[in-house]
Ligand binder design. Structure first.
Ligand code: 8IG
Length: 311
């Protein structure tokens, strides 16, 4: 089980003011809400996550969930084998969630009971950074999962692949990420270690389930445009294997909340310039459909084994 690894940085000019009490000047310089540190339980983003968690837990009639899973492009059917549906809510019924404008993203939140009696929150309504709602909207799913009691955050996505070893339709374990959004879901003096962000324990379990699985470094870009071939060569040179528009900001938020993080990408297209073909969203949807049975079984088995008591 991972623990939140926060280090209080030495801060010479720390004032006696508590968290959340940010002074504003007459000109309205700093917005106190926007500036409240994200590790303060009274920070409005955490309170909104608690309200969303309450709505979900009440609808499901459960006290907490054990694990949460965000479904990315190509993964919308992958929750089918996790267990029995207990509750399903439209994104609009849960505080802070929005229906996704993207075809291939489901737009609902589900609570599922596994055959072992544990509960999984399935988030089919991810907010992407490119929607322009800000980092708090992006992190809201993860914060809601943490507020609902989930100790493990499973992040799935569809992405571009930089290696011909991972053709479209290949699931790849995320071993690490490069956050190229220029943003963070955290603010204030909230310093969080990112070593071993993507749980070695969960990756081991996944490779036990499917020994063919490869690992890769995922680069999150802001999007919504895809990359140029020159940008893909740049990403390859700095060590990226996978490129997409989600996951890294959410993983940071999950680590900050003390959750164990598991990331898995479905390569739905070769990145720009790697293949002769231009990129299309239709290609992304088709690769997801073709891989659906394999990735649904994989996800269910990784979740089942990760929740099983250590023997
Ligand atoms: I699915 O090739 C999917 N998402 N940035 N590049 C980026 N995001 C993606 C890609 C891709 N494919």
């Amino acid at each position: 089980m991972s623990t939140p690894r926060e280090t209080e940085q030495p801060d010479d000019d720390q004032t006696t003011e508590g968290f959340g009490h940010v002074t504003t000047d007459a000109a309205g310089g700093q917005d106190p809400v926007a500036a409240a540190p994200t590790n303060d339980p009274t920070c409005p983003v955490n309170q909104q996550a608690s309200r969303a968690a309450d709505a979900l837990l009440t609808a499901a009639g459960v006290e907490r969930v054990d694990l949460a899973c965000t479904l990315g492009s190509g993964w919308s059917g992958a929750a089918g084998q996790l267990g029995e549906l207990v509750a399903e809510l439209d994104a609009e019924q849960v505080p802070g969630f929005h229906t996704s404008p993207v075809p291939g993203h489901s737009g609902s939140l589900k609570v599922i009971r596994t055959s072992a009696g544990q509960h999984v929150l399935v988030i089919g309504a991810r907010t992407h950074y490119y929607e322009g709602r800000g980092v708090d909207a992006v992190a809201h799913g993860v914060r809601t999962a943490a507020a609902a009691g989930a100790r493990t955050m499973v992040l799935t996505n569809g992405c571009g692949g930089l290696s011909p070893l991972n053709p479209p339709g290949t699931p790849v374990l995320i071993s690490d990420h490069i956050n190229l959004t220029g943003a963070s879901p955290l603010r204030g003096a909230h310093f969080v270690d990112m070593t071993d962000l993507y749980s070695p324990r969960m990756r081991r379990i996944a490779r036990e389930v499917d020994p063919q699985l490869r690992e890769g470094v995922y680069a999150q870009l802001p999007g919504p445009h895809y990359e140029t071939p020159a940008e893909i060569r740049y990403l390859a040179a700095v060590g990226a294997d996978l490129v997409g528009m989600s996951t890294a900001l959410e993983a940071i938020s999950a680590r900050a909340a003390g959750m164990e993080v598991f990331g898995i990408s479905l390569v739905t297209n070769l990145a720009a310039g790697i293949s002769e073909e231009p990129l299309s969203h239709e290609e992304v949807i088709e690769a997801g459909q073709a891989a659906a049975p394999r990735i649904a079984g994989l996800l269910a088995e990784v979740v089942r084994r990760s929740l099983a008591p250590a023997s």
